[in-house]
Design a protein around this ligand. Structure first.
Ligand SMILES: Cc1ncc(COP(=O)(O)O)c(C=O)c1O
Length: 397
């Protein structure tokens, strides 16, 4: 018998993964994957970038690189982040292997087994798994359409033994699709001020707003540089270039950076130099800006199509918020519904989705569904949403 660690005993294989193996029919329509559109990757731009690289840089691209990141990328990314108003000069930037690695590193440097940490409910499953893998006890605090609820959060923050950190995804939340209101951000800052509770601000989707007037609403809390609040800001190239590059970052106070860099040395020594070279040129050439603009327009069309189909087909009792960016729509079903039954029914008819309990740190609450519109065509949305709606009616009445 192997004597595995307690922390990894807590990790669960998702029931979804097992059901997904049933969903391999080529005609199945999938609203399940939280991934960019395959048809949207900037393949031609990247071909051009790679082909025009000098031989010496190509050689460097195949080589190991420094742990903090490929130096030219650290510079160009700083510029990219400075444009969002982020305080890049007063903090340190670390390139990571996807932002999930940034989340893992932060969990590793803060969490001892049994320590409490706070997340939103619902919460990104990758973060739940990362936190659990270090033995964290997760305290989920619910969100509404404006962000995390401050009253229950206040109770958790004021406990005698305070949790180690708070993790949130304020911009086009995964899975809930919402964006924090200005008011909620301000309330959150006031709650956190001088509490010694670090905030992990996960900004994987903030660039993907659909409406110009929201460009200020995606301004990170970190960019406000609030006094007395320590913020670890994480971001990613996954949704604005491609997850296959496996590149993300953290922008953190120096003291946290020193620990994080030591951890990263132990994890993987460096993130792929090859993709860092590509990402650097993608920013430096300016190609990233029109590309993100194209993504915003394209995802808006997909979201609009899903919104219109949902309005046409969903029963009134399903509650949901129209997304203003990102990849997701979160359907809240009547209390007591088991969304797994809906998933089974939808798979039979040819559509796949993700059930609510996947995003519950306690893996219990299952009266919700996440639909992703990012990697489906409008034709698939028009065909697939009636299937989902029929499955909901069949199970919920
Ligand atoms: C909210 C959120 N944070 C972080 C990530 C991690 O992305 P990556 O590790 O590809 O940067 C994801 C991926 O889906 C996500 O949805």
């Amino acid at each position: 018998m192997y004597r595995f660690s307690k922390a990894t005993e807590e990790l669960r294989t998702s029931e979804i993964r097992d059901l997904m193996s049933l969903a391999i029919r080529p005609d199945i329509i999938t609203f399940a994957g939280g991934m960019p559109g395959n048809d949207l990757f900037p393949i031609a731009e990247i071909d051009k970038i790679y082909n025009s690289l000098p031989e010496k840089i190509k050689q460097q691209a195949f080589q190991y690189g420094p742990t903090p990141g490929y130096p030219p990328l650290l510079e160009s990314l700083k510029e990219f982040l400075r444009k969002k108003g982020l305080p890049v000069d007063e903090n340190k930037l670390l390139i990571t292997t996807g932002s999930l690695q940034a989340i893992n590193i932060l969990a590793k440097i803060f969490v001892d087994p049994g320590d409490e940490i706070i997340t939103e409910y619902p919460c990104f499953i990758g973060a739940i798994s990362a936190f659990k893998s270090y033995g964290a006890k997760i305290i989920p605090v619910p969100i509404d359409e404006e962000g995390i609820l401050t009253e229950p959060l206040k109770k958790e923050i004021n406990k005698t033994i305070a949790p180690k950190f708070l993790y949130i995804t304020p911009y086009f939340h995964n899975p809930a699709g919402i964006i924090y209101s200005e008011k909620r951000k301000e309330q959150l800052i006031e709650l956190l001020r001088n509490t010694n509770l670090p905030l992990i601000e996960d900004d994987a989707y903030g660039d993907l707003y659909f409406h110009k007037e929201d460009s200020h609403r995606v301004q990170p809390i970190k960019a406000l540089n609030p006094k007395g609040v320590s913020i670890c800001y994480t971001g990613s190239f996954s949704k604005i270039l491609g997850p296959g590059l496996r590149l993300g970052w953290m922008l953190v106070p120096e003291e946290i950076y020193v620990r994080a860099e030591l951890c990263k040395q132990a994890f993987d020594a460096c993130s792929p130099t090859f993709t860092q070279v590509i990402a650097d040129e993608f920013i430096r050439s300016g190609a990233i800006y029109p590309y993100i603009e194209r993504l915003r327009n394209e995802y808006l069309l997909r979201a609009q199509s899903m919104i219109s189909e949902l309005k046409k087909h969903l029963p009134q009792y399903v509650k949901w918020t129209e997304p203003r960016g990102g990849f997701y729509i979160w359907l809240i079903l009547p209390e007591g519904t088991d969304a797994t039954d809906i998933l089974k029914e939808a798979i039979k008819k040819g559509a796949v989705l993700v059930t609510g309990k996947t995003f519950d740190p306690e893996a219990k609450k299952n009266n919700a569904i996440r639909l992703a519109f990012s990697n489906t065509t409008i034709e698939q949305i028009e065909k697939g949403i009636p299937i989902v709606a029929d499955a909901i009616r069949k199970i919920c009445g």
